[in-house]
Design a protein around this ligand. Sequence first.
Ligand code: 5AD
Ligand code: SF4
Length: 668
Amino acid sequence: MKVGVLGSGTVARTLAMALIERDHRVMMGTRDPAKLGEWMNENPLALVGSFSDAAAYADVVLLAVKGLASADALRAAGRANLAGKVVIDATNPIADVPPTNGVLKFFTTLDDSLMERLQREFPDACFVKAFNSVGSSQFANPQFRSGKPTMFICGNNDEAKAITAQILEQFGWETADMGKVESARAIEPPVHVVVHSRIHQERVDARVQTAPRVAGPLVAHSPYTEEGSMAADKTFYLETFGCQMNAHDSEKVIGTLRQQGYRQVESEEDAGLILYNTCSIRDKAEQKVFNRLNDYKKLHKKGKRFGVLGCVAQQEGEKIFERAPYVSLVSGSASYRKLPEMLTRLEAGESRITGLDDRQTDETFETEFTARQNPYRGYITIIEGCDKFCSYCVVPYTRGKERSRSSSSVLNEARRIADLGYTEIQLLGQNVNSYRDPEGKRGFAELLAAVGEVEGIRRVRFTTSHPRDFTPDIVEAIDRVPTLCDHVHLPVQSGSADVLRRMAREYTPEWYLERIAWIKAARRPISISTDIIVGFPGESDDDFIRTMDLLAEVEYDCVFAFKYSARPNTPALVMIDTVPDDEKAKRLQVLLERQREIQRVNYSKQIGQILEVMVEGANPERGQIAGRSSQNKPVNFTYPQPIAPAPGSYLQVRITGAYPNSLVGEAV
Ligand code: 5AD
Ligand code: SF4
């Protein structure tokens, strides 16, 4: 049988070896043939091609690709003619790729509780625990060094198990039945492979019965790797500027592009379509985008297409085509749900496609195909747009009117990503707490609590809150639901009543401080952070001193401070900007220095405490692990074991030292 193994990692190589030993012909499909170079010298019996080559070549396709690459591989398999082929996908669930046509989806996971949850959700699925003696870390359990690749099958559906065993035996694996999911838990440390046998069961069945076993010599070069085989490959490069909302929009845009058959690449040079997701909240953002487009003008001559997305796109609109005629697509965030249609037009050769007229829409951009870039923190947008119209701010003009997603859809997404192994959720919105459930089922605080109660979720954050919609029930929810993090970001912008009035913030400092008092009265200490603008038109020395007083009173744990910058279309644009730039810079400096002292005191108060920290990474040079506390403070700590804890795991850390922006400690 001709088998295509998509992937170049240890699992892919292990599978390929096992197949070659059993006289199957194998073509390894990879994005990066060089990765297989050395391995090929020792194992010249496999052919090497692109993902599409391997899928076109094979009778049966095995996907052994993790993370982002798995989406590409799935699509390559999908593009090739799959009629009569069986595709088995051993990808990691993090890729968030749904089972596609003709694909028998495997999930590999190390987590028993996830397996149990999946069994509940997919009663027809059965699970395979894979071990063998070849050197992969995942497969190297000494308990099972039988010398033969063995798949241990467990599951509650006997029929599904029988089909799975049949398929695996066709590939030359030994199989062993471990009974039901619960009893299989005893075997440590497993790799679970969940097989959705249900999907295309009959076809798989038929295939297994008829698949010929073809043995014979294999040729060590591929007829499929010649130039041109990738010509149909649609590639894109996407760069994101700005806030978390933009970063998460990009995750959804990437997912949508992949769904349309595009492959993401790392550089403009390699891409057919170059996209910028832009931000225009401050500075001369639009100028930066134009400079950037200008730099890449020469790329256009190579036939590349350009698209500008996000706030600069919405703000500048069709003017972009005038200044950068080689741009073909201009779309604001309110139009992203129309991206598939816009991409089809782009592919048909249209050159001035716009998504600019949707700012009054009630619809939000919801997609199942979010390509999450962070493996443990999942972002969920619950409300888009803004209706507040602060006088300095472009957001209501660029992101359009406020519209919330239904709380059921938010909760479904939360459950879905919890099932994929995410433990932290961050709810996003320009004014996240202005949330209004279109179904009328839950207020913001209720939704927050419900997300915190989703099984598997350990931390919930939300950003950004507006003081006007900040209600006591948010603090009560944090008090009641342990998974809601001890942190509130509540932008104040200024400590002067006069400036706040001209900013159209519609509250006074006293009114704001009342909300701060609620937060400080919570049963557990809640960290507070804020945004401040210095040098707003007409801000006097006195006004600035009031801001400094407010800083001293609240004692924030973190402050994002900005010099005011005039933005197109906003009411503040016509106010006389009385504060010269060097004065703004001076005020910013004074404010940041004062705040640094406040944080030095705040952070040092935590010395001696034991905090739960979620691991984000390691700094081997300093021998430290980096993570974050529930209060969102960075914690760098030492860890006694030789192997660093995995990102996304939770540890107790004793705090031994403090800086103004981070804590230092040791794992206990
Ligand atoms: N100038 C300076 N800062 C601004 N922000 C928003 N608009 C402007 C502007 N025109 C800041 C506010 C807001 C944060 C996201 O950016 O502090 O809370
Ligand atoms: Fe801008 Fe004000 Fe809306 Fe925030 S609340 S996005 S600062 S207009």
